[in-house]
Write a protein that binds this ligand. Structure first.
Ligand code: BGC
Length: 251
């Protein structure tokens, strides 16, 4: 059933764009709950801006949504423009994604970095709700994403997955994908993550780390092996953090 925008007060539409899938849902902005099914379409290959714009339109039409849309995306995004491409197609660099998607859809789209989006969701509704001070969201997946919050206010595009650690790009050792690529045991990988967290801890002295990404579904496999001085909370929004955070910034 298609509902008009007027019936949708307090709701927004979020899309979480990843390397393998693009997921979307209608979100209740007062609770962070999904109000629709979580519809997923495989990310087109090659994942060019034009091909992804078509999928964005398909996701929005599937839900019969006719208002603004927020998009979480795995790159630096400033004023709608994509400025990095660590794990995405390089044709994205310098693309004004807000304009491209808005033109394709015919209604407003706002794009935000994926870890910033996940952090917004966790700070508003999840593991960091009600927390003040310096909160650092870190997502462990194909890369490492970071979202820095000071008294609940986001400092966008921190990109701490690319800190240099022992002469390497940190995410090449401590992202979840590194464990699989190197065929490391969970405990071996967790020591890499611990080393990384200690480095971030020394630089930022956060009050709280929130750790997310697919690996946060089974924290006992790795977090139990990690010992640092800062409190760590496992993300509580699970797979929905990107969608919910994206919805929070929808125009
Ligand atoms: C990208 C970040 C992104 C992170 C998680 C990194 O490789 O540079 O922008 O947030 O992966 O997807």
């Amino acid at each position: 059933m298609t509902t008009s925008t007027n019936d949708r007060a307090g709701q927004a539409f979020g899309i979480d764009i990843g390397g393998s899938g693009m997921k979307a849902a209608v979100v209740d902005l007062s609770t962070g709950e999904l109000l629709s099914d979580r519809f997923r379409i495989a990310t087109p290959q090659p994942a060019t801006p034009e091909a992804m714009a078509e999928v964005v339109v398909e996701l929005v039409r599937h839900h019969g949504w006719d208002g603004g849309v927020g998009c979480a995306f795995p790159a630096v995004v400033r004023n709608g423009v994509v400025e990095s491409a660590a794990n995405i197609d390089t044709s994205w660099i310098d693309v004004d994604a807000d304009k491209l998607f808005t033109d394709a859809l015919g209604s407003g789209v706002r794009m935000i970095n994926d870890a910033d989006a996940a952090g917004l969701a966790e700070v508003r509704f999840g593991a960091a709700a009600g927390r003040t001070g310096v909160v650092m969201m870190l997502t462990f997946g194909t890369g490492i994403g970071s979202g820095l919050f000071i008294d609940g206010v986001l400092v966008p595009n921190t990109e701490l997955g690319h800190l240099e650690l022992d002469g390497h790009d940190a995410e090449s050792r401590a992202a979840a994908s590194a464990r699989k690529r190197h065929d490391w045991s969970w405990s071996h990988w967790s020591k890499k993550v611990e080393h990384y967290l200690r480095h971030v801890e020394a630089l930022f002295s956060p009050d709280l780390f929130v750790v997310g990404g697919g690996v946060s579904k089974h924290p006992h496999k790795w977090l139990d092996h990690i010992s640092i001085d800062t409190e760590i909370q496992v993300a509580s929004m699970a797979n929905n953090a990107g969608i919910v955070g994206a919805a929070l910034v929808a125009p």
